[in-house]
Design a protein around this ligand. Structure first.
Ligand code: DP6
Length: 329
């Protein structure tokens, strides 16, 4: 009987509170700035990998559908990092399921590459810890670096072109009164990917030159606020950071934006809630969906207000999530 190597992992999505927007080295996925995120429990990817001498080619099955050459090669190139580390050339079968509430359109590469990295490490008995795995996950998609840990996570930009110096680590388990409401404005696939959007902003936006120092300042302020569980300071810094990223995007040439009319409606509701004495804050990524950071204990009130303008299935509540979880085969 031939030996196969198999393992299964679940990893959770994270949302950045201090954004990663721009690379200094595109092939190594080295970012221009450090970034900071919150891992959430509502969206995750389950991935099984099997390395088997009987396989003649890599196979990639996503949500039950066998993927074409391009997607399979992309996954195969990522798995190559692990094949090299284990010094094997066996072909792999990768089976992934994205658990995203119906029609939310919130599937994310962060959970996908974190789950794949964790599964490859276990299947091939490489014994890498999560910090080392974050360096691997980074080379699939930058934001995946941060999904190797639960709670609040920092991804260090690292030094020069030293791939090993850019990794993630946990700074707080986020086991306090905090949650995130996803307001699904548009579930369709985004028109301008983060990868394209960040390169275009970096290359053409005159405001981008301010971005790295703004991120430094925001990180220096948000980290102590997280450690003190100072929710309002954390939220205010996160919202301002997201707005600075989107302002810089708007100033790119030709200009573009991820905002849609309903994104602005959601942002207006957050402002109103704050005026009514319910602190909550907005963040947005490379798409029109709005994420509202709030106290978990006040989410009922926040959701009730959103239901006046949005359908119940556009609103998804997430609590803080953990790092990757080994699944039984
Ligand atoms: C706006 O990690 O998707 O969500 O590294 O090119 O795969 P690549 O980009 P990706 O970018 C995420 C951008 C963001 C902000 C963030 O998650 O920090």
């Amino acid at each position: 009987m031939t030996q196969s190597y198999k393992a299964s992992y679940r990893a959770f999505t994270n949302i950045a509170l201090i954004k990663y927007w721009g690379k200094r080295n595109e092939s190594l996925f080295l970012p221009l700035t450090s970034s900071l995120s919150l891992t959430l429990d509502a969206f995750y990817t389950d991935t099984t990998v099997e390395f088997n001498p009987e396989f003649e080619a890599d196979i990639f099955i996503l949500n039950g559908v066998e993927q074409g050459l391009e997607e399979t090669q992309k996954v195969g190139r990522f798995v190559d990092l692990f094949r090299e580390a284990a010094n094997i050339s066996l072909r792999v079968k990768v089976t992934s399921v994205n658990h995203v509430p119906t029609a939310a359109g919130l599937a994310s590469s962060s959970s996908a590459f974190a789950a794949l990295a964790s599964a490859c490490n276990a299947a091939l008995n490489l014994g890498l810890d999560n910090r080392e795995l974050s360096i691997y996950a980074r080379q699939g998609s930058g934001s995946a670096t941060r999904s190797l840990f639960g709670g609040f996570v920092i991804w260090h930009k690292g030094e020069d072109d030293d791939s090993q110096s850019s990794y993630a680590e946990s700074i707080d388990d986020a086991d306090w009164d905090i949650g995130m409401l996803f307001v699904v404005v548009n579930a369709k696939e985004k028109k301008i990917s983060s990868r394209q959007g960040m390169a275009h902003t970096r290359n053409t936006s005159p405001f981008y030159q301010l971005w790295p120092s703004e991120v430094e300042n925001d990180l220096a302020k948000i980290i102590p606020a997280i450690k003190e569980h100072d929710f309002e300071t954390v939220g205010a810094i996160a919202e301002h950071n997201a707005m600075k990223m989107h302002a810089s995007i708007l100033a790119s040439n030709p200009s573009f934006t991820y905002f849609e009319p309903e994104s602005l409606v959601a942002m207006q509701i957050v402002k109103e809630l704050r005026e009514e004495g319910i602190p909550c804050y907005v963040t947005m990524d490379a798409g029109p969906n709005v994420k509202v950071l709030g106290r978990l204990s006040q989410m009922d009130q926040i959701i009730a207000r959103f239901k006046q303008d949005f359908a119940a299935d556009q609103l998804i509540l997430a609590k803080t999530g953990n790092g990757p979880l080994k699944l039984e085969l």
